[in-house]
Write a protein that binds this ligand. Structure first.
Ligand code: GTP
Ligand code: SPV
Ligand code: MN
Length: 592
């Protein structure tokens, strides 16, 4: 008798009508064959899916150029189809699940005619972890299949693990016609099902990532008393050799990968990487919170990555270990056949000739960028020189501090410690950030992005806030919560804080606070460092700049509070009263 997996795959094949069905085993040999197909058979918008890069410089690396209309997540085409609109909340697009299925089934009907259907069995999380989840994704894109080999633990053993069970997460993906008019990313949390059509781009198409590990998983986490978060996981080793584990939530393209891979500028400090995008956080037997990274690779922003800002990532990209590495929508130096992106000129002068991200001759005088601003690399976490030895620990690592950071030019100080858990939840719930190129939105305007989860929470965000408050109430000694902001600007609009490797100075203060080694100054916003406790040695910051990093501007905060209230109002009665209380208390402390 057919297993549940076989039955489900049969049904999808009946719908999409592929010419062939191929079950992936996740091996290197298979990746070679898929890359070969991408270099000689499969085409996207007139050119082959993959081309081989110079393996002397970037071992195992391949370039992918996507369809020019398909370069970022599309939040307006992403739906969370809970049984009711109320359950999805004001932060999600919603459609009645029955209607949504009917609409999608039309788009999927026959969409794989003449093509191969790839069946990808994978787990999110180390397979021996009690927190790991088994998943099956179907796709008709070799780019997606190869990306999933890097980003997840893909193996035919997953099929054996699932056996006859129906307990697996289902993802149905087709690039369809790559037509933005026929593009939808739809989630059905009640069925642990994602259906995605019309895009081959990362977060829209690698369904184990944002779609499952955040949108579907956040709903599971609510039911099962854990957290699924848009967070890095890292260990910070101090000069005494003690490692303190932290998580950090930052909106897309606001610095997670850079922080997760940091090469600290302060002597004696080391950073150990566990994850750069997603954390699943569970209570351990000691009732502390423990984090795992469900992913196995990085899908990182290329522009600005260079030896000056992120040497560990450059070494990761050049490591000759895990097979293969992908570059998507970067520019190309045709003379050396190596990828190039803006920011690399900080290490070496830009090549004389470049092909832009669409493969066209690049004109530096045009005002355009050679690499797409959201161009990315896909590379195994096992290539990272900073890989934590705990990365495969099935239980995860104990979390001592949780950071929340965003791009705010004038409101949030460089670092701020919340008074307690509930105040920290308020700070995270009211986070706002200046938008970036990671989503197809207007760039540079402030939008509220609570917990960096606005595009990724799979249910009503008011219930999500309540869940966070509830998690805190179950701990006598919860992790400390910090806000960080690398992006405050001076009068000329330039970033004051040097950031990147220098962020260790902020991390040092954070772990000193965790271990009770340093006092802090109480302000209306929370605790901030006394300037003399911040290690600014060797930086060219004057006193006025140091003060500006922590300055509280009452008029900016008056505006901020108005915006927070208006953001909260959309949740009506569902918003936990505690958050309104926190807002009132903040208003009083500021004397507004
Ligand atoms: P996603 O993969 O989209 O979730 O992004 P991310 O949060 O991992 O962001 P990433 O680390 O890739 O950084 C995105 C952009 O922020 C890059 O262009 C970086 O140059 C910039 N950035 C990261 N850290 C810093 C910093 O400390 N200071 C400044 N000024 N820019 C930074
Ligand atoms: C993000 O946008 O937060 C990313 C890239 O990490 S994506 O996989 O597209 O979500
Ligand atoms: Mn992300």
């Amino acid at each position: 008798m057919a297993t549940e997996v076989e039955q489900w795959v049969d049904e999808q094949a009946g719908l999409t009508k592929p010419e062939k069905i191929y079950w992936c085993d996740g091996s290197d040999d298979e990746a070679h064959r898929l890359l070969e197909i991408g270099m000689t058979v499969e085409k996207i918008g007139g050119h082959f899916t993959f081309s081989e890069l110079n393996h002397k410089v970037f071992p195992n690396a391949y370039l992918h150029r996507s369809h020019p209309s398909d370069v970022a997540r599309v939040e307006h085409l992403t739906f969370v189809n809970q049984p009711t609109k109320e359950m999805a909340g004001p932060n999600n697009n919603w459609m009645d699940p029955v209607e949504a299925k009917a609409k999608l089934n039309k788009l999927f009907d026959g969409c794989m005619k003449g093509r191969t259907m790839y069946v990808l069995p994978y787990t999110m999380g180390q397979p021996d972890s009690p927190y790991a989840k088994d998943c099956i994704q179907i796709t008709d894109s070799v780019y997606v299949a190869v990306s999933m080999k890097i980003m997840t633990r893909m193996s035919s053993r997953v099929i054996e693990r699932i056996g006859g069970s129906s307990d697996f997460v289902k993802g149905l993906h087709s690039i369809g016609e790559l037509d933005p008019e026929k593009r939808f990313i739809m989630h059905f949390p009640q069925e642990s099902l994602v259906m995605s059509v019309g895009s081959g781009y990362g977060g829209n198409a690698l369904l184990g990532k944002k779609c499952f590990s955040l949108r579907i998983a956040s709903q599971l986490a609510l039911k099962e008393n854990w957290l699924a978060e848009h967070m890095i996981v890292a260990g910070i080793e101090d000069p005494e050799g003690n490692i303190t584990y932290i998580t950090g939530a930052f909106p897309s393209a606001c610095g997670k990968t850079n922080l997760a891979m940091m090469s600290p500028s302060l002597p004696g400090y080391k950073l150990w990487t566990l994850g750069d995008d997603i954390a699943w956080i569970n209570f351990g037997p000691d009732k502390r919170l423990y984090a795992i990274n469900p992913e196995a690779g990085f899908f990182g922003v290329a522009p600005d990555t260079c030896y000056k800002t992120n040497p560990n990532m450059m070494d990761t990209l050049k490591a000759d270990k895990f097979f293969p590495t992908l570059f998507t929508n970067t520019a190309l130096d045709p003379d050396t056949n190596t990828p190039w992106w803006e920011g690399m000129e900080r290490d070496n002068p830009a090549p004389k000739r470049l092909l832009d991200w669409q493969g066209k001759e690049f004109n530096p005088g045009s005002g355009n960028k050679a690499a797409h601003p959201n161009s990315r690399f896909t590379v195994s976490i096992y290539n990272a020189p900073t890989l934590s030895k705990e990365v495969d620990n099935p239980q995860g690592v104990p979390v001592s501090a949780m950071l929340f950071g965003s791009r705010r030019s004038r409101t949030i100080p460089l670092v701020l410690e919340s008074f307690d858990w509930n105040h920290g939840v308020f700070c995270a719930a009211t986070m706002g950030s200046e938008t970036t190129a990671a989503a197809a939105l207007k760039v540079g305007v402030i939008r509220r992005d609570p917990f960096a989860m606005l595009p990724f929470c799979g249910y009503n965000m008011a219930d999500y806030f309540a869940h966070w408050l509830n998690i805190g109430s179950q701990m006598s000694n919860p992790p400390k919560i910090f806000m960080v902001n690398w992006f405050r600007v001076d009068e000329q609009g330039r970033f004051i804080w040097p950031g990147f490797r220098e962020n260790i100075r902020v991390m040092k203060w954070i772990i000193d606070r965790v271990h009770g080694r340093v006092k802090a100054k109480e302000t209306p916003l929370g605790f901030v460092p006394y300037l003399e406790d911040m290690d600014f040695s060797g930086l060219s910051l004057n006193q006025a700049e140091k003060e500006r990093l922590f300055k509280i501007d009452p008029s900016a905060w008056a505006k901020e509070i108005e915006e927070i209230k208006s953001f909260f109002s959309q949740f009506g009665d569902r918003l936990p009263q505690e958050l309104c209380n926190q807002c009132e208390a903040l208003t009083k402390r500021l004397g507004i």
